[in-house]
Design a protein around this ligand. Sequence first.
Ligand code: C2E
Ligand code: MG
Ligand code: MG
Ligand code: MG
Length: 284
Amino acid sequence: QAKASGPGAVLLFEAQMQDQVSSRARLQRSLAEALQQHAFALHYQPQLDQHGAVVGVEALVRWHLQGHGMVSPAEFIPLAEKTGLIAPLGRWILHAACSQLARWAHVPGCSHLDMAVNVSAVQFQQEAFVEQVQEVLAQTGAPAARLKFELTESLMMYEIDSVIARMKALRALGLRFSLDDFGTGFSSLAYLKRLPLQQLKIDQGFVRDILDDHNDAAIARTVIALGESLGLEVIAEGVETEAHRDALQQWGCRLYQGYLFSRPLPVAQLGEFLQQRAGGPLPP
Ligand code: C2E
Ligand code: MG
Ligand code: MG
Ligand code: MG
């Protein structure tokens, strides 16, 4: 591309690359510092059933970088995976989510809430991951039966038997599993039926256009049917409008998450949201 735009463009291109590399290096340093300075927070996005009841939340990590604003996890999680920082960051996320879950166990109206935590494939495949989960559960006193890990299809790139063994070990502790961003990655149906999953999560990329795009609608319907025939729950992410929700509901999807109901919220605001909804009418 640079070549085609003349000799001056090559220099510009290189300068840009240099820029990217150094801002990446800067981001990487900041990430390491942020871990030490506890600059991360979890926000929680409600998940609702077809009656409009909040059945759980997804924990989503947030990083406020000074002088830079919010950095998207879509940007720093892959970086953390590449640099190995995902290990301490992932541990922090798990601990924070479990601490919250343990607190909810004693709050009326909150003890039924499930906590979904995103676990990156790199983190999941760490040698001591199962022990780490056990340790965090013990330290925080969180009820394992309320804890759910959102895994992605990138796990399928690892040796499948070791992935299954690890999932089973965590199942034995009481945890459940959701396959996040389903349909965007490497899933083979042969693997899918072997994984001890409880839930499929329809990717927001399919949900977004179900009303206009026949193919996306067909994919969403297929995932819902697949979940049903495999005995798995199906949840749709990225539900932004009532029309989305109605279509999904009509196709048999019973669980929803998206801006229609709520953005990811800091815990105090989540409390207000839950209070408002308790006994409230159907959404919104
Ligand atoms: P994800 O797990 O698929 O999370 C869903 C993303 O969609 C979140 O973005 C959420 O804020 C956003 N979202 C929710 N509802 C809507 C909606 O109605 N419309 C639209 N357009 N977007 C919606 P977020 O928080 O920026 O996270 C992006 C990705 O970063 C996540 O995708 C996940 O892959 C990763 N991530 C976030 N938090 C964590 C974490 O704690 N650990 C790990 N390993 N990854 C995380
Ligand atoms: Mg997720
Ligand atoms: Mg997702
Ligand atoms: Mg997604």
